[in-house]
Design a binder for this molecule. Structure first.
Ligand code: NAD
Length: 289
């Protein structure tokens, strides 16, 4: 396929490289990044000329809207506009509606798996949009990832992503504060792990991504809390889930508490640039207020 790839940052560059390595004809565009070995166009619109699929991997919904306004008129009718960025549900729905009105297929397909998943082609895609566009994009998902779940109409990919990450943020905080309490009660961290990881308090954050160094499988905690999944990105996703909860009139008190804790950690403390599991050393150093 002829593919335009807009947004060649930490995630987009390796995803585009994997598509090119699989034999697709990929033309990239980015306002700043110039990855080695990638054929580049001078504008997003030029990259889209004659493309079968345009993929975007951009920082936020406002930038997605701006890029969509450039590329929707430039794509041939029948092409698919595939946005893989993590953005607010409303931006995803609005951009998809504009694309459909121009005779394009539209998919929102945010990912989980991070930079390692993008490099290794093992991302998971959560996809909203129509079935025909999903079928067109499926071979591309199979190159860039290991799993693509069709979640329903436009916006539902973003909805699945922010609901998942709201659970993840809340659960990581619960796991970290429980470790900090266990410390103060004199409970050994290995014993804590051995019990909880096989009991009803178990979770992915305990069992697969344990925030305590030297305990459980290898995780960012064993690497000085270098990300991994940065606390800044967790804060972004928790903000998106709170925006969505406000718009949909959903009551999400734990998501709100998690957002406020990550905001304090990233903006007022030393959390920026650290893995989101670095909440454990944060709680360790604190006292009941
Ligand atoms: P990044 O900042 O490394 O890359 C974004 C790229 O978009 C940059 O190269 C930037 O120059 C480019 N860009 C900005 N405005 C542009 C424009 N108008 N036209 C063309 N290019 C433009 O970010 P990233 O880590 O690659 O993340 C991309 C998206 O993936 C985000 O929405 C993020 O939330 C999501 N995501 C990231 C991770 C991760 O671990 N990094 C994991 C899952 C999802």
């Amino acid at each position: 396929m002829k593919i335009a790839f807009i947004g060649l940052g930490n995630m987009g560059a390796p995803m585009a490289a994997n598509l090119a390595a699989a034999g697709h004809d990929v033309t990239g565009h980015d306002v700043a990044a110039r990855p080695d070995g990638m054929t580049m166009a001078d504008s997003a619109a030029l990259a889209c000329a004659g493309a079968d699929v345009a993929i975007t991997m951009l920082p936020n919904g406002d930038i997605l809207r701006a890029v969509a306004a450039q590329i929707i008129p430039a794509l041939p009718r029948g092409a698919v506009f595939l946005d893989c960025s993590t953005v607010d549900v409303q931006s995803a729905r609005d951009v998809a509606a504009d694309a459909r009105a121009a005779g394009l297929g539209a998919l929102d397909a945010p990912v989980s798996g991070g930079i390692g998943g993008a490099q290794g082609g093992t991302l998971t895609f959560m996809v909203g949009g129509d079935a025909d566009a999903f079928a067109t994009a499926k071979p591309l998902f199979d190159i860039m990832g290991q799993k693509a779940v069709h979640c329903g109409p436009s916006g539902n990919g973003q909805a699945a992503k922010i609901c998942n990450n709201m659970i993840l943020g809340v659960t990581m905080i619960a796991t970290c504060e429980a470790f900090a309490l266990a410390d103060k009660l004199g409970l050994d961290r290995q014993a804590m792990f051995d019990v909880v990881s096989t009991s009803s308090g178990s979770s992915w954050t305990m069992n697969a991504y344990c925030p305590a160094p030297g305990v459980g499988p290898k995780s960012p905690a064993d690497n000085g809390y270098a990300p991994g999944f940065a606390a800044d990105l967790m804060l972004k996703d928790l903000r998106l889930s709170q925006d969505a909860a406000r718009a949909a009139d959903a009551d999400t008190p734990m998501g709100l508490a998690a957002m406020n804790l990550y905001r304090t950690f990233v903006e007022d403390e030393d959390g920026a640039g650290r893995d989101f599991s670095a909440m454990l050393p944060r709680f360790e150093g604190r006292h009941r207020g």
